[in-house]
Design a protein. Structure first.
Length: 94
């Protein structure tokens, strides 16, 4: 059995993200963006697809309108799966 000192409690907000995600999936927004955006820019390949980043930016605008430089801190407070990402991908947001 784990010791109480070794356990961490993480509280994440859900809000309207599942509803926004459902609308985006129904509109097939991610597929549409991937079809029209290049796979990689000049140089190195991106670690997160541009369509997922744009989807998280749209969610940000609809929910809270945080500035772009605060995207990572904003997204850390939500369930990453609602953005189509995992917790490691959230850390890659600029």
């Amino acid at each position: 059995m784990a010791k109480i000192d070794e356990l961490d409690l993480e509280s994440l907000e859900i809000g309207a993200t599942p509803i926004i995600r459902a609308f985006m999936q129904r509109l097939r927004l991610e597929e549409l963006l991937e079809a029209h955006l290049p796979d990689k820019a000049l140089g190195r390949a991106a670690k997160i697809s541009a369509s997922r980043v744009i989807g998280s930016m749209i969610t940000n605008i609809l929910i809270s309108r945080r500035p772009l430089y605060g995207m990572r801190a904003w997204a850390r407070g939500y369930v990453p799966e609602h953005f189509g990402m995992d917790s490691d991908d959230i850390e890659l947001l600029n």
